[in-house]
Design a protein around this ligand. Sequence first.
Ligand code: NDP
Ligand code: MG
Length: 393
Amino acid sequence: MQKITVLGATGSIGLNTLDVVACHADKYQVFALTCHRQVETLIRQAIIHQPEYLVITDPDYYSQGKELARQANVTAEVLAGSDALIHIVEHADVDCVMAAIVGAAGLLPTLSAVKAGKKVLLANKESLVMSGSLFIQEVHKSGALLLPIDSEHNAIFQCLPATYLYGQAQSSGIDKILLTGSGGPFLNTPISELASKTPQQACAHPNWDMGRKISVDSATMMNKGLELIEACWLFGLLPQQIEVVIHPQSVIHSMVQYNDGSVLAQLGNPDMRTPIAHALGYPERIDSGVNKLDFSNMRNFSFEQPDFKRFPNLRLAIEAANQGQYASTALNAANEVAVEAFLQGRISFTDIARLNNDVLQRTSSLSLDSIDAVIEFDQQIRDQAQHYLQGAA
Ligand code: NDP
Ligand code: MG
């Protein structure tokens, strides 16, 4: 029986994870669940999964959550604040941690799970984008098993040789990685109309049902850019070894091209329960509850190159990947501020890339040689981005 902590249990990845876990009560037991503010959902999950701990990271929602837990006779100990996350990932009883908090808030708990040598299922790509080599060094040091949940990285992992280890992929005859992306809801929208797109339109992804931040990132293709950076660190590749390919159907989740001309792809319906089940069961294959592909109904697989005029955020992310860690960290921080401002109706859709570009152009190179330095720099860039926002308003 494996005991699991689900960080960000109330989000889209969290819900899908618990869905897969519920199909395998003989294999997995929930140890701890966390939310930020959605305490009602958390307590509903606690009634079903009977964890030992619940963590509510926004302290303002703690007393409400604690009271709901009492009324529902939930026996779990309820803890408050992000410091409590460290306790429930490091705990000796925990075998596996699903890292599904959104954004930079996921960095410290995910890293703690890595340092504690757990099996870590990585959905929170932002933590790797922010801290790249420092993060991977900790994986090597602790011997943690880091498995990608992002569907593209999970696909790449499945297409790489079985001898794959972080940073050793180059020696395996790999020519390049073909990182696929749907192009999001605005792939065919006239560019002149993008400025007037609303948060609701940006979050209406044609193929995937995801949280609001990643949905906006998919509409700007910043998500693909963050994924390119994520893939560099996970698989020890240079940015130029990764080619972004638009594949609007989202059935091929990514591919690996080898020197002999072979291309290996992983296919499946666009449903995150597949990569979650793959990583959860690894190295075994377990049921995910996902409908199987029906090739008799599949038509029109298409592929195209991304248009950087339509998706300036993708170009910025590729530039940042080439510039180095400070640029990736800065872009991630600026983008979180920009996306939040867009979701709040404070800036337009096209202002997201404008703000990201302004921040990146004015950031000078510096070395980030510790996690404390990463966190300090991240905060500095957020303050700067907020300052630009106020100036723009
Ligand atoms: P959601 O917005 O749906 O969920 C985010 C989760 O994190 C929720 O449980 C939320 O709690 C919690 N949370 C939010 N802010 C904080 C904070 N400051 N501190 C602690 N917890 C917080 O996001 P997704 O599930 O869509 O995405 C989660 C991560 O997975 C992201 O990094 C994303 O890039 C990645 N990912 C997601 C995919 C998807 O299909 N959704 C695909 C690939 C990667 P509450 O609900 O209480 O607000
Ligand atoms: Mg993805």
